[in-house]
Ligand binder design. Structure first.
Ligand SMILES: Cc1cc2nc3c(=O)[nH]c(=O)nc-3n(C[C@H](O)[C@H](O)[C@H](O)COP(=O)(O)OP(=O)(O)OC[C@H]3O[C@@H](n4cnc5c(N)ncnc54)[C@H](O)[C@@H]3O)c2cc1C
Length: 564
């Protein structure tokens, strides 16, 4: 019997998605907005265009709808008096993901993004209801892909997977159309006269067409990143939006510091790639890394932290502080960000084995993450996974529930040396996982980016060739500190950042050898490589930041007074 379809969030949590504010509640929040009248048919929001902010309907009806790539319009909801228009994009003033228009004359209380954030903080109970509604509305848009770009290209193309991965990791809705099976995709290809060799193309909600764009180009087209104001001096620039960077952002923002967060890939870091985190305090049934990190990302935005994703820190100018009394971060796109202090939370990147042709299969057949996206590609197939740490163990447990069989290749004599006991036990109970110890990958065979077989050598030294389309690598990581060359920040022999007593000249815990530059999380020498440890250091560093900023400013009270 076919299984019942998963119910949509619009069916199960509709009341929370579309709450109605009582007249007394609207009175309380009047001070955050301005009254505006909209004529019949006038737009309150247009997909791809910066909207007015959160709009509470005082009288009349607002029709909210979405449209697909062929222009077909689908109604989403009609908002009447007491209901409000908005979703997560409004927190940071990003372009709208839905269309909304007045049905007849409408009067609304319009609350711009900065005042919306102030409301969420000042009105705790009401703020919670509004924030929940904003999040649920985004979840609904993610379910349908509404309001996001349309990626046209083969489902198994490396570039399609790259673009989908970027949007998914950044919590942005999107659709993917395969020209081999989808009539709409063929229509778009004909309409824009695209040569099949130029696929994938991306049709942005504003109507722009991008040909196989990079992540930065796509993010700019979607309005996810804006240029950094070179004249603005932040209290702190945080490099990396993994758990450490996001925790520092939440604590800095909630304590009134003007914080900027940069990440070259997506929020969440490695934790965002974890299918299920089971050892994070307070989640007895576990939580997906993406769900945990998305909460933190939204929380930081609520406190007014500015997020610039994707944007890569390329260098820290060592002389800038002495010269200008502020740190200058040079970004890979040529921009520059200025801050009175810097927190480095750039984490680690995955190691790649020395297989000569590995790069040819990355993105299509060789994976460093095991998310639902990869699981879908491998459904019903056999896969191989290399690694023996906790991240490898989690990936095996997840993949085993999605694929026919997992070959787990372990270099050492057993799993127990590096993996937590609960994962070792769980793997032992999985009938479709075969653990091969003292085994190393010796080669990859295939062509055109498609893996056909993986070769490995076991304890006897004999080589086995196994037909497989997908290989997962979880073999450890190196610190993301290349960009600090020449910055004066001292590193240990493996490239991790020295802090506190270990770093020459460091006065405070978590401070590097450069005063006013701090390091937290996995990138820090000697840190515990866990989500909770990274989050703890993110919280702890804010106390050190306050102390540093107070010392630096001639009028210490100024830093705090400015936030009130
Ligand atoms: C698959 C997987 C599962 C895991 N499961 C668990 C678990 O269950 N429990 C647990 O406790 N731990 C788990 N871990 C470990 C945990 O995720 C890490 O310890 C934690 O994410 C470290 O956080 P971080 O913020 O220090 O660094 P990271 O998570 O590595 O984040 C660093 C961020 O910095 C960005 N960045 C790097 N360089 C630059 C630059 N130059 N400019 C801008 N941005 C930059 C990166 O894009 C990244 O987003 C897991 C790890 C993996 C990979």
């Amino acid at each position: 019997m076919p299984s019942a379809p998963t119910p949509s969030i619009a069916d199960t949590r509709r009341d929370q998605m579309y709450p109605t504010l009582a007249p007394a509640e609207i009175e309380r929040v009047r001070r955050f907005g301005t009254l505006r009248a909209f004529a019949s048919g006038e737009a309150l929001a247009k997909v791809g265009v910066g909207g007015v902010g959160l709009a509470i309907v005082l009288s009349g009806v607002v029709d909210v709808s979405r449209h697909d790539s062929s222009g077909k319009r689908t109604p989403l909801v009609a908002l009447e008096a007491g209901a409000f228009l908005g979703e997560l994009a409004q927190l940071a003033g990003r372009p709208a993901l839905v269309d909304a228009a007045a049905r007849g004359p409408v009067e609304a209380l319009v609350i711009p993004p900065d005042r919306l954030r102030a409301l969420l903080i000042a009105e705790a109970e009401l703020g919670e209801r509004i924030m929940r509604a904003l999040i649920l509305r985004r979840v609904r848009l993610l379910e349908t892909g509404a309001g996001g770009p349309v990626i046209v290209g083969r489902a198994d193309s490396g570039d399609v997977l790259r673009l989908q991965g970027f949007l998914r990791r950044n919590g942005h809705p999107h659709q993917q159309l395969d020209p081999e099976v989808d009539a709409d995709a063929k229509t778009l290809i004909e309409r824009f006269q695209v040569d099949p060799g130029q696929l994938p193309i991306v049709l942005c909600p504003g109507g722009q067409l991008l040909r196989n764009p990079g992540e930065t180009e796509l993010a700019r087209c979607l309005g996810l990143v804006r240029p950094i104001d070179p004249d603005r001096v932040y209290d702190v620039a945080i490099v990396g939006a993994g758990p450490a960077g996001l925790a520092a952002a939440v604590y800095a923002g909630s304590e009134g510091l003007r914080a900027l967060v940069l990440d070259c890939r997506a929020f969440g870091g490695q934790a965002g790639a974890s299918a299920r985190i089971e050892n994070y305090l307070g989640f007895p049934t576990g939580i997906s890394g993406m769900a945990l990190m998305a909460r933190a990302y939204n929380q930081a935005q609520k406190f007014g932290v500015e997020m610039v994703i994707p944007d890569e820190a390329a260098a820290l100018d060592p002389a800038s502080f002495a010269r200008e009394g502020r740190f200058a971060l040079n970004l890979a796109n040529g921009e520059r960000a200025s801050a009175r202090a810097v927190v480095i939370a750039s984490g680690v990147r995955y190691r790649r084995p020395a297989a000569a042709n590995l790069a040819a299969f990355e993105g299509t057949s060789v994976h460093y993450w095991a998310s639902p996206l990869e699981a879908k590609l491998c459904a019903g197939q056999e896969v191989a996974l290399v690694g023996a740490g906790n991240s490898a163990g989690q990936a095996v447990v997840y993949l085993a529930s999605q694929v026919k069989k997992v070959w787990l290749l372990v270099r050492g004599p057993s799993l127990a040396a590096k993996m937590s006991r609960y994962l070792v036990d769980r793997i032992a109970g999985l009938a479709n996982v075969e653990v091969l110890t003292q085994t190393n990958v010796s080669g990859l065979d295939g062509s055109g980016g498609v893996l056909e077989a993986v070769r490995w050598r076991g304890p006897s030294g004999e080589e086995t060739r196994h037909p497989l389309r997908h290989l997962f690598l979880f073999i450890g990581a190196d610190p993301n500190t290349d960009w600090l060359v020449g910055s004066g920040v001292a590193l240990d022999p493996k490239g991790f950042i020295l802090t506190g007593n270990g770093a020459d000249g460091a006065g405070r815990p978590l401070e590097t050898s450069v005063r006013g530059v701090f390091a937290i999380g996995d990138v820090r020498s000697g840190s515990t490589k866990r989500v909770a440890a990274a989050v703890g250091e993110g919280a702890q560093v804010v106390a050190a930041l306050h102390a540093f900023l107070a010392e630096e400013t001639s009028e210490p009270a100024k830093v705090f007074a400015a936030r009130a």
